[in-house]
Ligand binder design. Structure first.
Ligand code: GRG
Length: 293
């Protein structure tokens, strides 16, 4: 398996070429490249690559790169739209001006739309050689995780808590977080597993992905109140300032940290129970658990 750090560089040049290969307006292309190649951690592509490598088969690297690109394109679209004045209204992302600040709001909206459709172009690209059966499953998982029962619904609930949403209930907040950010992380693990065609791994990937997603969001809540804007590369303390229903707000910081340890123990136990060599996955998880931004 390619080491994650090498994969990250390779992935970024693939993604850049894929975006550039579209013949669209040069200014829109520049803005799309700005929104994607601006220093993200590439957590979702790396999870996809690691799960694809678990069974030690020779899966074509191009297939992994197309699947990973679809995940990152969706993630970048969601960040660009999340930063817009109508949503989180943020000026800073990945340590740089947000896309609407660097360009303008209409451009940022269209960049997000464009990246979203490119994700599905990547999955259905003729050079992505996996079977049509797998491609359909990838499209089903991705569309399911980002739409009305996934990211968009989670984002909506986060912004406009409705009558049925009780922000004092931990379960409600956890479910909203799962939809907003966890579902795409779960999809990233499932993507890699699907490429292996190993049904057992596909099932395990969903469970493990759900735990990684819950941990990732919890960590984000903790980092938001413990790190500076400079370290985070985005405005720190925003959740508290805007009275967002976060796990740290509900439980308090110490209890949230304890909950994080509980979740990470559970995650590691699941990984240890897998019948594959999980050294790279475990190393990646340990790295994720110590992230500072
Ligand atoms: C606009 C439909 C729509 C959805 C937005 C992504 C999102 C949903 C909201 C972002 C709010 C937020 C900060 C969520 C916490 C988890 C998260 C997605 C963090 C950013 O992801 P990272 O840390 O970012 O992987 P990088 O920059 O490393 O890619």
């Amino acid at each position: 398996m390619t080491p994650p750090i090498k994969f990250k560089l390779h992935f970024e040049s693939f993604l850049s070429e894929f975006i550039t290969s579209h013949s669209f307006d040069n200014k829109l292309r520049q803005a799309a490249l700005y929104a994607t190649l601006n220093g993200g951690k590439r957590t979702r592509p790396q999870l996809c690559m690691i799960f694809a490598g678990l069974t030690n088969q020779n899966i074509p690297e191009t297939d992994i790169l197309y699947a990973a690109s679809a995940l990152e394109l969706i993630h970048c679209y969601s960040l660009v739209h999340d930063d817009l004045p109508a949503m989180d209204n943020d000026d800073l992302r990945r340590g740089k001006p947000t896309t609407h600040k660097k360009y303008n709001e209409a451009t940022a909206i269209l960049v997000g739309d464009c990246l979203q459709s490119m994700a599905f172009e990547a999955l259905t690209h003729p050079e992505f050689k996996c079977s049509l059966d797998i491609k359909i499953k990838l499209v089903q998982i991705l569309s399911g995780s980002i739409g009305a029962k996934g990211m968009v619904n989670g984002q909506f609930q986060d912004m406009y808590l409705d009558d049925n949403f009780d922000s004092s209930k931990l379960d409600h907040v956890k479910s909203m977080h799962h939809q907003k950010t966890g579902a795409l992380i779960t999809a990233s693990c499932q993507f890699g597993a699907l490429l292996t065609n190993d049904n057992n791994l596909v099932k395990e990937a969903e469970k493990i992905g759900n735990l990684i997603g819950a941990l990732f969001q919890l960590q984000d809540d903790i980092l938001d109140i413990t790190q500076s804007s400079q370290t985070l590369g985005k405005t720190a303390g925003k959740d508290q300032e805007t009275d967002k229903p976060t796990i740290t707000a509900l439980m308090g910081l110490d209890a949230a940290k304890q909950y994080m340890h509980k979740l990470s123990d559970e995650l590691k136990q699941h990984i240890n129970n897998l019948d594959y060599n999980t050294d790279i996955l475990m190393a990646f998880i340990n790295q994720l658990l110590t992230r500072k931004f």
